[in-house]
Design a protein. Structure first.
Length: 371
């Protein structure tokens, strides 16, 4: 365990061609978390999101959430240019007014009666696979998606030791208390690797180490299956100054109290569990050196409705995010340095990142042909 092992070569973080392969082999092939269900509060509400190379339209129909490629079937125009909005009953293309209902069926087009061979279903919007879990909408662009149970739920089981332990936090019943979006000038893998390890915690996270003293030793919570980092002896809550937080989630097991758990769900979700709230990061990799991170702080509904001050709870991980993303942005320019062409090294407390690197190389090796 005392040996050093190699990282990925620098080109994996700086080469646009490798990023294009990752778009096909990772983001467009795996389950990808796109929006929170509450972002679509009523029938006709929609959001557009970037998944790999594709713009995806996510909307709420009468009997559930639907997701489609954001492409008009007539001449390929972008159907919805807005990031979010609401329609009454149909999406209409601004180019030639082809219109589609909330289930994606073509329902109207100019001179449609003159086109009897225009199959309204065949020329409807192209659907993508959808799952709802944890209060979020997940999509998969693959024709045959991987098992959601194995890849997404399995990541939680692998980290916590049992899937039902996350249910104790009642994540689907929590309400959004705060959302902050970060535009990070760094490769998505640098962000994943940073989240997975705590070798850096004593250096750049003074507030976090004060709350979770064991992080000063350099071993992250994710290093051990089932382990949750214990709050410091005089720490009362997961807040920026260790003061009491808000109402504890009542269904937690006693052994989950006063502990922090972190979960990585490849390729782009981080889950953080503390006694009174849940923090979820969703990454949207847009370029080899740019990643949008949307971070949600979720609390008990009665806490959000009461108007209680959430600032100290939010501020702790907001600072952690800013510190982490600055570190990733510090690394990104040097990934193309000649002295990092062969990569660097992982110390023993980072060896689990090596497993992530092996996974990345395997996904790239099995990448489908470009389309």
């Amino acid at each position: 365990m005392g040996s050093l092992i190699s990282t990925l070569p620098g080109r994996y973080y700086a080469d646009a061609e490798i990023f294009e392969i990752e778009q096909r082999a990772v983001f467009e092939a795996m389950w990808f978390c796109v929006v929170r269900g509450s972002d679509l509060p009523k029938v006709g509400a929609f959001r557009t999101v970037q998944v790999g190379r594709e713009s995806i339209l996510v909307t709420r129909a009468k009997d559930g959430v639907r997701a489609f490629y954001n492409v008009c079937r007539h001449r390929g125009a972008t159907l919805c240019a807005a990031e979010s909005g609401e329609v009454r009953r149909a999406f209409s293309c601004a180019y030639h007014a082809w219109s589609y209902d909330l289930d994606g069926k073509l329902i109207a087009a100019p001179n449609m009666s003159d086109m009897p061979d225009l199959d309204r279903v065949a020329y409807g919007l192209v659907k993508v696979h959808v799952r709802e879990w944890l209060g979020y909408v997940w999509v998969c662009l693959a024709e045959e998606p991987p098992s959601f149970e194995e890849t997404v739920l399995g990541a939680v089981t692998e980290r916590l030791g049992a899937l039902d332990l996350i249910d104790n936090y009642e994540p689907t019943t929590l309400d959004l208390g705060r959302r902050i979006t970060y535009d990070v000038k760094a490769n998505w893998k640098l962000i994943v690797e940073n989240f997975m390890e705590c070798y850096h915690c004593g250096t750049i996270h003074p507030e976090l180490v004060e709350v979770l003293p064991e992080f000063a030793d350099g071993y992250a919570a994710q290093y051990y299956v089932g382990h949750g980092a214990l709050f410091g002896e005089n720490i009362q809550g997961f807040t920026v100054d260790g003061s009491p937080g808000v109402d504890r989630i009542p269904s937690l097991a006693d052994e989950q109290d006063r502990r922090y758990y972190a979960i990585t769900i490849k390729p782009q979700v981080f889950i953080n569990l503390v006694p009174d709230h849940v923090i979820i990061h969703r990454m949207f990799p847009l370029a080899v050196d740019r990643t949008i991170v949307e971070c949600d702080w979720l609390f008990l509904p009665e806490v959000v409705a009461s108007g209680k001050d959430l600032d100290k709870s939010v501020e702790l991980f907001h600072r952690v995010n800013e510190q982490d993303f600055e570190a990733c942005e510090r690394c990104q320019p040097r990934m193309s340095s000649r002295v990092y062409a062969d990569g660097g090294v992982l110390v023993p407390s980072e060896h689990h990142i090596g497993i992530f690197h092996d996974w990345v190389k395997d996904q790239i090796a099995r990448a489908p042909a470009a389309r």
